[in-house]
Write a protein that binds this ligand. Structure first.
Ligand SMILES: O=C(O)CCC(=O)C(=O)O
Ligand SMILES: [Fe+2]
Length: 302
């Protein structure tokens, strides 16, 4: 087991100044929407063990692994249930959220949009909830990791009460590159008032706030935090929480999905509501030139 983890190109020791391998656990608040709302506003996220039915999550995982195996993505000499990536699929693979529709099985949708999940958001919003029609499904191979961002810049044209749900499909250790949240980042007003007002398609950016995870600790006073996730666990994120993922240092796919929920009565960002959803008009176009993070930082003045 390695005790050093990476976000982007920076390595951090476990449970040091930069990275905690522990997330505050909000599961005891389940069933108390007012307390959950308060915790979400205080912390910028909720980590809830047993959010989903673990058996349903494992059934969906089995279906996805089977489809990955059918496509030759898994090592045929290892148990399919381990999700070990085929040797010839490791190098240069990405964890793109596009082209993954074949993994979005009915069992996956049942977990993400079934009655248990929708009831949670109905109660949290205090009114009927709805969801986007796009699932950011990630089968992240060895070496992959997500950059530092908040979600607002990708989906901010509709309801401002939008929330993200990050669902790990299986047992995900820190070695496997899970979601990492930056504690306190939802309170950084200067960041929210500049970077947080961007729209990746309008501003032609990748949506990344910084390429240096240490900067968020040393300069802004945050701390990165993640944990070992079990089937059934989930994280609810507010739109201004800065997060990333650790780099996947294992030989397995890290399979997770992020989905979005909002009050049904509020407008939906028109990129994500259609069937099929339109998606990013600029970010996902071929050949567009995007502003670098360094250029964006000058524009934001931070
Ligand atoms: O799973 C990841 O790598 C990133 C997740 C994320 O950005 C999100 O849930 O909004
Ligand atoms: Fe995100």
């Amino acid at each position: 087991m390695s005790t050093s983890y990476a976000i982007g190109d920076r390595c951090f020791e476990a449970d040091g100044k930069y990275l905690a391998l522990e997330l505050p656990d909000s599961s005891p608040l389940l069933g108390d929407p007012a307390a959950l709302r308060q915790r979400l506003s205080d912390d910028g996220f909720l980590f809830i063990r047993g959010f989903h039915d673990p058996d349903a999550v494992l059934a969906a995982r089995r279906d996805m692994l089977h489809r990955l195996a059918e496509r030759g993505m898994l090592d045929p000499n290892q148990p399919e249930s381990d999700g070990v990536v085929a040797a010839d699929k490791r190098a240069g693979a990405t964890s793109s959220v596009r082209g993954n529709d074949y993994l979005k099985t009915p069992s996956v949708r049942d977990v993400l949009y079934g009655p248990r999940t929708m009831k949670f958001f109905d109660e949290l919003f205090g009114q009927a909830a709805t969801h986007f029609n796009f699932e950011w499904l990630r089968a992240a191979p060895p070496g992959a990791g997500s950059p530092i961002h908040c979600d607002m810049v990708y989906m901010g044209r509709g309801s401002q009460r939008l929330l993200t749900l990050w669902t790990p499909f299986g047992h995900i250790t820190p070695e496997m590159g899970p979601l990492a949240v930056c504690l306190n980042s939802h309170r950084w007003d200067d960041v929210i008032a500049t970077y947080g007002r961007d729209d990746v398609d309008r501003n032609r950016t990748r949506g990344v706030f910084s390429d240096d995870p240490a900067e968020l600790v040393d300069r802004f006073g945050g701390r990165w935090a993640t944990t070992t996730f079990e089937p059934g666990d989930a994280v609810v994120l507010c739109m201004y929480n800065l997060h990333a993922s650790l780099k996947n240092q294992s030989d397995r796919f890290r399979i997770s999905c992020d989905t979005r929920y909002q009050p049904a009565s509020e407008p939906l960002d028109d990129r994500w509501g259609g069937d099929p959803p339109r998606g990013h008009e600029v970010l996902w176009s071929d050949g567009v030139e995007l502003e670098s993070v360094a250029q964006s930082r000058v524009r934001w003045g931070i």
